[in-house]
Ligand binder design. Structure first.
Ligand code: FAD
Length: 397
């Protein structure tokens, strides 16, 4: 059993951001458990699927992003033993900690929809939620000349709740510019009763969808795919009816949940049907073990799971973990800030930013980000990726 003062599980957006901040604060002995050689900037996958960015731009070697002085354990965690303060690893070893930061992200459950896993990537079925599939979305969008295009969002918390509809707008905008609007029926399938969680932006987005002539199905979900026959089954849970639709294109966002190796374990929140981890929603400290913190997609927080949320969570975890090491009260609070850059056309975006109370939290108070704007699209395409690689992952932004 090897021991480190701080062990971080997961070297994605959250893990690297916290590691960088702890290093800057002078923590000498940090180990990062991360099996992947690659690190992905997932927010750009929407634009890859929309033909506006390349997949290559979204990936960098993990090795280059791990802060200097942090020990990289290139292995997979298989659980946590909080009473013994250890993390078992797939390679057979065990790592012990004084303090633990859980940041392994979430799991995509393609298998949860019958037929979806087998169909993904073939005959018009794609998903921007996977690096290998996002470029195919754009191929499939360009293939459609007539018929029905279906865009679906699963029930339950997912990362970037806006992404299932953003790609519908990018596709609709493309088809409109090709003069194909009249020939293509676009259906957006949403599990919720409204188009977006925050009511003011919901109003704007309802207008955006209507303007494209998109048929929005509320309280509905994808429950089956016949990839060979190009048919999708949509359940309307309010009406209790199922409808089978022929499609030319199906963009499916898979159901999502906590990684299986954490579900039902000691850190999982019994109140979360998806197995996400229990932490205090303000301090991000485990509700049972004070030496454990969790952030990012794996944490059961009543806000939308985004990288933008992690940008505000990482400093809170770093500050509170340092205080915990000194035996002091935790001084930092996360207010639930999250943000969703909603791309509405090839050159337009609106920026939804809000907190636990769904109160708008504008980063640019002088700009009306409730209107689709070109400057905000530039921010999404160029500004935010640069801020991510050079600011956030270095603990500077
Ligand atoms: P991740 O970044 O997913 O990292 C998890 C890490 O844990 C990975 O490196 C993984 O290899 C590692 N790991 C997995 N299993 C183990 C294990 N057993 N042991 C150790 N390590 C493990 N956010 C925004 O802010 N704005 C957007 O516009 C936006 N758009 C999005 C569009 C799409 C299509 C997608 C998919 C996401 C989008 N997001 C957006 C969400 C954002 O990317 C995520 O919320 C964010 O990356 C979550 O960070 P994380 O560190 O929790 O998880």
């Amino acid at each position: 059993v090897r021991h480190h003062q701080v062990v971080i599980v997961g070297g994605g957006t959250a893990g690297i951001s916290v590691a960088a901040r702890l290093r800057r604060a002078g923590v000498g002995d940090i180990a990062l458990v991360e099996p992947s050689e690659q690190h992905y900037y997932q927010p750009l996958w929407t634009l890859v699927g929309g033909g506006q960015a390349t997949a290559a731009e979204t990936v960098r070697p993990e090795e280059k992003l791990i802060p200097k002085g942090v020990t990289w354990l290139r292995d997979r965690a298989t659980g946590v033993d909080p009473d013994n303060r250890t993390v078992p690893l797939a390679g057979g070893g065990t790592v012990a900690y004084d303090h633990l930061v859980m940041a392994p992200g979430l799991q995509l459950d393609f298998d949860a929809v019958p037929g979806l896993a087998e169909s993904a990537g073939r005959r018009g079925v794609s998903s921007n939620y996977r690096f290998d599939l996002a470029p195919l979305t754009w191929d499939f969008i360009r293939d459609v000349r007539r018929g029905t295009a279906i865009f679906t969002m699963p029930a339950g918390p997912i990362k970037c709740g806006g992404a299932p509809q953003k790609i519908a707008y990018l596709a609709a905008d493309w088809w409109r510019r090709q003069g194909l609007s009249e020939r293509i029926r676009i259906i957006l399938v949403l599990p919720t009763a409204t188009i977006f969680s925050q009511p003011e932006w919901a109003k704007v987005l309802t207008g955006v969808a209507a303007n494209y002539g998109i048929e929005v199905r509320y309280d509905s979900q994808l429950v089956g795919v016949d990839g060979e026959g190009r048919r999708a089954v949509i359940l309307d849970s309010a009406a209790g009816t199922e409808e089978t639709l022929d499609y030319e294109l199906l963009h499916a966002v898979p159901p999502q949940s906590a990684p299986d190796w954490l579900k039902g374990g000691p850190l999982a929140d019994p109140a979360s049907p998806f197995g996400y981890l229990a932490v205090d929603q303000y301090t991000l400290q485990s509700t049972r073990w004070p030496e454990i913190f969790a952030l990012g997609d794996v944490a059961n927080l009543p806000t939308s799971k985004t990288g933008a949320a992690i940008r505000k969570q990482a400093p809170v975890v770093a500050t509170n973990l340092l205080a915990a090491r000194r035996g002091e009260l935790l001084p930092a609070r996360y207010d639930g800030y999250t943000s969703c850059p909603l791309v509405t056309a090839h050159n337009r975006m609106l920026l939804a930013e809000f907190d636990y109370q769904l109160t708008p939290k504008p980063s640019f108070p002088l700009i009306d980000t409730m209107k689709p704007r070109y400057d905000m699209w530039l921010l999404k395409r160029y500004g935010l990726p640069a801020m991510y690689w050079y600011g956030m992952l270095r603990g500077l932004a």
